[in-house]
Write a protein that binds this ligand. Structure first.
Ligand SMILES: [Zn+2]
Length: 145
C-alpha cells in the first residue's frame, strides 16, 4: 500500500499545529485561502475518535472557518471531509466566491469561468496564521476549563 500523504511531513505552509492536528494552507492556484485541518495520527473515520476528540477536531475546523470569514468575507464556506483516496481524517475549509472558477459547483466540479484569483502575499498569510492561532487557542482553552 502506498504511503499515506498525510502521515508524511506536509509540503504546505503550516498555519497552526499542536500534537493532535495541524492547519495547512494548500496554496491552491484557484483558491489561495483554501485551508485543510489534518489529524496528526492516522485515523480513518471521525467516529474512530472519542467524542471529546471529535469535538476538538470540529472546534479547530470552525475556528479556521471563522478566521477565513473574518479575513476574506466569502460568499460561502465549503466544508468537506471525504478521504476516499486518503483515508486519514482531514477537513477541507474553502472560502467560496460567486465569481470563483467553479461557483456554484463544488471546487472539484466543473469549472464555469476563469475565476479572478489574487494570490495571498506574505503579510496576509502571516495575518491568517495569527488569526487562526488565536481563534483555535481560544476555542480549545474554553474546552479545558
Ligand atoms: Zn495517514
Amino acid at each position: 500500500m502506498a504511503e499515506c500523504a498525510l502521515c508524511v511531513a506536509t509540503p504546505h505552509v503550516i498555519l497552526w499545529q499542536d500534537d493532535f492536528c495541524r492547519v495547512v494552507l494548500l496554496n491552491d492556484a484557484d483558491y489561495p485561502a483554501y485551508c485543510r485541518v489534518e489529524l496528526i495520527e492516522h485515523i480513518k473515520e471521525m467516529t474512530d475518535l472519542a467524542p471529546s476528540k471529535r469535538a476538538r477536531v470540529m472546534k479547530t475546523v470552525f475556528a479556521v472557518e471563522t478566521a477565513l470569514r473574518e479575513m476574506f468575507n466569502p460568499d460561502k464556506i465549503n466544508l468537506a471531509s471525504l478521504g476516499n483516496k486518503t483515508p486519514h481524517v482531514h477537513w477541507h475549509v474553502i472560502p467560496r466566491f460567486e465569481n470563483d472558477k467553479h461557483f456554484p459547483n463544488s471546487h472539484w466540479g466543473d469549472a464555469v469561468r476563469d475565476g479572478n484569483v489574487i494570490a495571498l502575499d506574505e503579510a496576509t498569510i502571516k495575518k491568517l496564521a495569527e488569526k487562526v492561532s488565536t481563534l483555535i487557542n481560544c476555542a480549545l482553552d474554553s474546552t479545558a476549563a
